[in-house]
Ligand binder design. Structure first.
Ligand SMILES: [Cu+2]
Length: 175
């Protein structure tokens, strides 16, 4: 990228950085889908495989109060997300991820980590580091320890543009 192109990109990014931050923190992230869990409280591990564009398993069952270790593996050819949230949280997060796509942070099967770490002013970046979510390139895997504090309307979902709409989400059932 030459210098003038870089400046244009940087300006566009800093303009949307404000919107990005507002989106990320406006919805009370995490409040209604549980909270980050402690490794010492994990009672069960669930492996979740991500394909283009669906999960295996397609739904999971948990008990209220249970802490689960999710081992998330991307077995598809595209970047996919595993995000534990309410339908409203997913809707808000889809706008954030759309912005990452528009800025070239997500390109099909690749994540631009340099751009994700770039400081866009005011300490904001396009880093994707919510505790309830992982965003993975093909072949990558990562773990999330999550505590389902109480029963609620919770889904795990991929918010990469078009994927949720294509059915890439699953129900969290309480028993
Ligand atoms: Cu996806």
């Amino acid at each position: 990228m030459n210098a003038s192109k870089f400046l244009v990109a940087a300006a566009a990014m800093s303009m949307s950085a404000t919107a990005f931050a507002a989106g990320a923190h406006g919805g009370g992230h995490g409040a209604s889908s549980g909270e980050p869990g402690k490794a010492s409280e994990v009672t069960r591990s669930i492996t979740v495989e991500m394909y283009d564009n669906y999960y295996e398993p397609e739904e999971i069952s948990v008990k209220p109060g249970e802490t689960v270790r999710f081992v998330v593996e991307n077995k598809g050819n595209l970047v996919h997300e595993f995000n534990v949230g309410t339908p409203g949280m997913h809707e808000a997060h889809q706008k954030e991820i759309m912005m990452m796509v528009e800025h070239g942070v997500i390109q099909g099967g690749k994540l631009n980590h340099d751009m994700m770490n770039m400081d866009m002013g005011n300490g904001h970046s396009m880093k994707h580091d919510d505790p309830n979510s992982v965003l993975l390139e093909p072949g990558q895997s990562q773990e999330i320890v999550w505590k389902f504090t109480e029963q609620g309307d919770i889904e795990f979902a991929c918010n990469v543009p078009g994927h949720y709409q294509a059915g890439m989400y699953g129900e969290v059932n309480f028993k």
